[in-house]
Design a protein around this ligand. Structure first.
Ligand code: FE
Length: 200
């Protein structure tokens, strides 16, 4: 079946959500409280600012950076950032002048969401998931990141229990800035590896 035919045979998301809610109601289950809790977490708790705090701390504190690279899950816990129990491993991928890391989930849409927030729409697209693995340089260019030929690209495929975050390079002009100022520089896309920060 072609992708177009598959899409045409699937009802719009609103109708699918309504159908699931109706099915739960029929069985005496009340999803509203769960949905409200999830919305609170997604909008208030799982925000890219968490990951940005980790990145800024790593830039500012070499000992913390090493702990982060050694055991990501423990190191983000030092900053009070929780990861779900099933995110058993957090692997921190350090970008350098010659290595650029990018993450994906070829199966679905997994991210370290308590650090970088829920994935952008394009991250969930079948096209990104399929092509970033085989045509990473081209896909990154289409996303606006045109890497020079001497930069190697490493693509990391997320699994249920192993999550990734990219540690972007620090813009040299910001060395010595206060951590709070650095936090404001770090974007969600830079922690996925779909962008580099200005000045790097
Ligand atoms: Fe996934």
């Amino acid at each position: 079946m072609s992708q177009v035919e598959t899409q045409q045979s699937i009802a719009p998301v609103e109708r699918r959500v309504d159908a699931m809610e109706a099915a739960l109601h029929e069985r005496g289950m009340e999803p509203r409280a769960f949905i409200e809790e999830f919305e609170h977490l997604a909008e208030e708790e799982w925000v890219p600012r968490n990951g940005a705090r980790v990145v800024a701390k790593a830039w500012s504190d070499p000992a913390y950076r090493q702990r982060l690279l050694d055991n990501g899950r423990e190191a983000v816990g030092e900053l009070g950032i929780a990861m779900p129990r099933h995110h058993r491993h957090l692997v921190v991928l350090e970008n350098t002048a010659t290595i650029h890391n990018v993450i994906c989930c070829t199966l679905c849409s997994c991210t370290a969401f308590s650090l970088i927030g829920l994935p952008p729409g394009w991250y969930k697209d079948l096209e990104y998931r399929a092509r970033v693995v085989r045509q990473s340089r081209t896909v990154l260019k289409e996303l606006g990141l045109d890497l020079s030929a001497d930069v190697g690209i490493r693509v990391w495929d997320t699994t249920a229990d192993t999550r990734y975050i990219v540690l972007p390079m620090q813009p040299p002009a910001t060395v010595g800035w206060a951590v709070e100022e650095l936090v404001a520089l770090v974007t969600k896309d830079s922690m996925i590896g779909a962008a580099r920060l200005a000045g790097t």
